[in-house]
Design a protein around this ligand. Structure first.
Ligand SMILES: [Zn+2]
Length: 243
């Protein structure tokens, strides 16, 4: 049933939470690791989504642009997306219901999955980190000024990763997804959505290639804070209460 498949990751979610917003990996290098992925840019300058080998930068105002190959990332996850499991999403399901539906479709919760949901959504709520200036605040403070954006009856792609809880701190446990509309003009980090008509594609993964930044800031970061779960909830889930 399973075929060995690798996910690449640059740096750690716990480093991002600690305010390590500058990496030394270029988008050009990242695209060599996969044609699909999510992440952020140096200075926390917006959300990233990679689709079909194109890296998009989703800015604080919700606008999207194709990222330059020499931009850099402090945190990103990428893979070569092979859609091995395909199912239609039941109409009208919200984020948590669809997540439970996908749980049933997955052969095991103990592996990693790249997930791509393509189609029409009756609603999508996103937020996007805004570019930070030095000295960088921790991420729980940096996301305080984020604006939520609401899309209605929108076509597009929700893409990202479903990560087992044991990877907590390395990555974002649970479902971490970003949205970009079909015109590739706007999107952000997904807080909530409701499916109208969409297909779900899953790419199960067994291997993780982790690259740690060779920067002084990373070397000095506190990567095991006491309140890691709380920080993850504040920064990634925010108001939705889901996972
Ligand atoms: Zn995100």
């Amino acid at each position: 049933m399973f075929i060995r498949h690798s996910i690449f990751q640059n740096s750690l979610m716990s480093a991002l939470l600690d305010g390590i917003y500058d990496g030394e990996m270029t988008i050009s290098e990242l695209l060599a690791k996969g044609n699909f992925g999510i992440g952020t840019f140096n200075g926390l300058d917006g959300e990233m989504i990679i689709l079909d080998g194109t890296c998009y930068q989703l800015r604080g105002d919700g606008s999207a642009r194709v990222a330059d190959l020499d931009q850099q990332t402090p945190y990103a996850v990428a893979t070569n997306f092979v859609p091995r499991i395909l199912v239609d999403a039941p109409r009208g399901l919200g984020r948590d219901e669809l997540s439970a539906f996908i749980d049933e479709v997955e052969p095991s919760a103990n592996y990693m999955y790249a997930v791509r949901i393509t189609g029409r959504f009756s609603e999508v709520t996103t937020r996007t980190v805004v570019k930070q200036t030095k000295p960088y605040p921790p991420m729980t403070e940096a996301v305080g000024s984020d604006k939520e954006l609401h899309f209605s009856n929108v076509e597009g792609v929700i893409g990202g990763f479903r990560t087992p809880v044991y990877e907590r701190g390395i990555s974002v446990p649970g479902c971490h997804v970003h949205f970009i509309d079909a015109a590739r003009e706007s999107g952000g980090h997904v807080l909530d959505y409701t499916v109208d008509e969409a297909k779900i594609e899953l790419c199960p993964s067994s291997d993780l290639e982790l690259r740690l930044p060779l920067t002084q800031e990373f070397g000095r970061a506190n990567l095991a804070p006491e309140d890691l779960d709380k920080q993850l909830h504040t920064t990634e889930v925010k108001t939705t209460g889901g996972h």
